[in-house]
Design a binder for this molecule. Structure first.
Ligand code: PMP
Ligand code: GLN
Length: 381
């Protein structure tokens, strides 16, 4: 029997493809975004303790209350906004799930959603499976900034949502205050919603300030904002995140969530609630990651690759346009097979495979991993 596909244009995600190739060719994996260094033992100890203390049954559907309270306190400290743990925060099994649930709660047949390309690969299928129409706008190459004039021109009476991601995957671009001013004036007086993917919230560099939708009441009132504990606390395999949204949105979000996952891993939530109280561990994160970005950038100077600067996330793009005319997919295949280094071709983040001859590298790795990878990359010609 055959099943009529709801997502006929979707294959296996590039992250799975490249990680499988990395394993097959015994390559260093600078493709898929995950750290190869250990997470904080203080947090794993707290999870062990929570399990031993008996937190092994279902957590409440919206999430462990103490964790939601800790998140609300953090939001207050960082962004000066009061968020109610009962009505505005839902713990989810990862940021990807939070985005899917928000889009499912908000987007229906024929609703238009503005998406910037390059785009994280789950966004477009999430919209399409819900019957939404994707309106793609390219970010300016090479700084990957938003063309706000193009956004205003793309808005129609059917525009339901704008999807934002800062710090941005795959480019490391971040929203500026000027972007926020443009966004505010673009959506003012409309019913346009915002889906703001902020999973790299704390991973922001060079003294820049994260422009969360939570900072701006007039933007927050129309937003779903998604986060990932996995990304910021070096435990991507835990798949735990959360969605913050105003009460009326959260109510709809939870209708989707309660019949999908219902509630998330209990001991990890109990542990994170305590961990967030410890010493505001997120404060160290940008410095740690920035040092890795800088180290990798310095090492890469010995290769023919040219940096396209990143200001946040786990990632930095590098151009090989001065070295080769090959497509980015061909180059990525050659690197994994001939050099033993896996990367992600940037065209994978565009529907029409736009190819600027840049590759995405994940620098969230041990120094030795970065050193060995770059030693291998030096041999490319
Ligand atoms: N959004 C972006 C831009 C990401 O890079 C990731 C990382 N996978 C996610 C969402 C989802 O994170 P999680 O692993 O918590 O689902
Ligand atoms: N966010 C990760 C990345 O961009 C991958 C997560 C996944 O494999 N789905 O590499």
């Amino acid at each position: 029997m055959m099943l009529q596909s709801k997502l006929p244009n979707v294959g296996t995600t590039i992250f799975t493809v490249m990680s499988a190739l990395a394993t097959e060719h015994n390559a260093i994996n600078l493709g898929q975004g995950f750290p190869d260094y250990p997470m904080d033992e203080a947090l794993t100890d707290l999870v062990n303790k929570a399990m031993k203390d008996g937190y092994n049954q279902y957590a409440p559907m919206p999430g462990h209350l103490a964790l939601r309270e800790a998140i609300a306190q953090k939001v207050q400290r960082l962004y000066g906004t009061t968020i109610h743990p009962d009505t505005e925060i839902t713990i989810t099994p990862g940021g990807t799930y939070a985005i899917y649930s928000a889009i499912t709660a908000a987007i229906g047949q024929g609703d238009e959603v503005i998406v910037f390309e390059p785009a994280y690969d789950s966004y477009i299928p999430n919209i399409e499976i819900n019957g939404g129409k994707v309106v793609r706008i390219p970010l300016h190459f090479p700084d990957y900034s938003i063309d706000w004039e193009a956004v205003r021109k793309a808005i129609t009476p059917r525009t339901k949502m704008i999807l934002l991601n800062s710090p941005h995957n795959p480019t490391g671009a971040v929203l500026s205050e000027a972007d926020i001013a443009q966004l505010r004036s673009t959506v003012a007086g409309t019913n346009i919603l915002i889906m703001s993917d902020e999973v790299y919230e704390h991973l922001i560099f060079d003294g820049r300030q994260h422009q969360s939708m939570l900072r701006y009441p007039d933007l927050y009132e129309r937003s779903f904002v998604s986060f990932s504990f996995g990304k910021v606390y070096n435990c991507t395999g835990w798949k735990l995140g959360y969605c913050i949204a105003p009460p009326a949105f959260t109510k709809e979000f939870r209708k989707v969530h309660q019949f999908n996952c219902f509630s998330c891993h209990s001991p990890v939530q109990v542990a994170l609630a305590q961990y967030l109280q410890l010493e505001e561990p997120y404060q160290r994160l940008s410095g740690q990651l920035q040092a890795k970005r800088d180290y990798f950038r310095q090492l890469m100077q010995a290769t023919p690759f040219e940096v396209v600067p990143s200001f946040g996330s786990y990632f930095e793009m590098y151009s090989y346009a001065g070295m080769s005319q090959e497509s980015d997919t061909t180059m990525a295949m050659r690197l994994v097979k001939e050099c033993g280094v896996a990367t992600i071709p940037a065209s994978a983040f565009y529907v029409d495979s736009v190819d600027h001859r840049v590759l995405r590298f994940c620098f969230a790795k041990k120094e030795t991993t970065l050193e060995v990878a770059v030693e291998r990359l030096r041999k490319i010609s």
